[in-house]
Design a protein around this ligand. Sequence first.
Ligand SMILES: [Zn+2]
Length: 405
Amino acid sequence: MTDIMDRIKLAAPELDESALKAIEMDVWIENGAIYLVAAYLEKKSYQKVIIVADDITYEIAGRTLEETIDRVGIANQVTIIKPNSQGDVIADEASIIQLVIDLQQFTPDIIIAAGSGTIHDISRYAAYTTGIPFVSVPTAPSVDGFNSKGAPIILRGEKKTIQAIGPDAIFADLSILTQAPQAMVAAGFGDMIGKYTSLFDWKFGSIVAGEPYSVAVADITRNALLSCVEQVEQIAERDEEGIRTLISSLIESGLAMLLFGQSHSASGAEHHLSHYWEMEYIRLGKRQLLHGAKVGVACIQVSRLYHQLAAAPFAEELVAEATNKIQVERVTAIQAHWEEIQQEIKNIPDADTLATLLQQVGGPSVPSEIGIEEELLDRSLHEAHHVRMNRFTLLRARNELTQIK
Ligand SMILES: [Zn+2]
């Protein structure tokens, strides 16, 4: 844990001990971390364990966990979450109930989530529902949600993020994570690159709509983002240092969200686009794309749009066009802070720079690469803010306040 907590303290020196204590969890980021799980369970006196995996992550981590836990004599059972009819393992009602039934029948006192983000979301929500803790064994550095409390769940085809629980401990085994497929590493990098626009949108929401803001939480997230950008080559090569930086940054972004209690720091318009595309794919019965791949591509689109908006002076006619009291308030706030907003947008790298970064790690950078067609892209740029109506992003402002020209 020390490395991560040290980085957090450096990024946000104003945080006091009680704030740090509130988010502290046991985190191991090292070669062979998976072999520490059995000893951890013994030390905590757990007697019955369910290991949750899918077909693929069982081979990567589940089997080793099963064998090492067998060896210390702790009763265990494996739940392999089944894919849907498209062949994807998704965090929907069916997956959650599959696990909940196993939990009710086997009555373990802890769950081990062994897999990527989806396995964690299923485990997190099922653990929360049945009132037992879970620990995390990520099999790819693909997402910043391993240690979040929010579980994004697909319920009747709609994506909802439900507050659940975070893990008690994370065992990030570098010898596993460095072997993760390039596409998953690129997805993790894409999820981090998305912080450029999420951090902007958060600042924007705080300036224009009075949304709560924390400089410390923003600093932790920005520090994690910049360390990934600095090490883009090592991450692309999937060398140990690069992957250590990527998984540390993903965990730090998760801890920043825990510290703040909400996801503002890590999720803005780029995530709303990604969620919109995901729901469209579910509706059409198409195969799912990696979360971070969508976020990276979406971030480029949002950057392009925001830079276009920032290139122009504030459109005075918007004040007259506002149709209700809230709109008048928001437009007036944008008008009053337009120069500051333009300055903040300048901190977001332009679309070409972001595309180069994503291409360096082998990730997609244009919508067509991930099968997002022009019509869906255009529609999502106009409607995606509906995904999270409790956030006031610049995308939402642009769509609701007629146009910021
Ligand atoms: Zn994300």
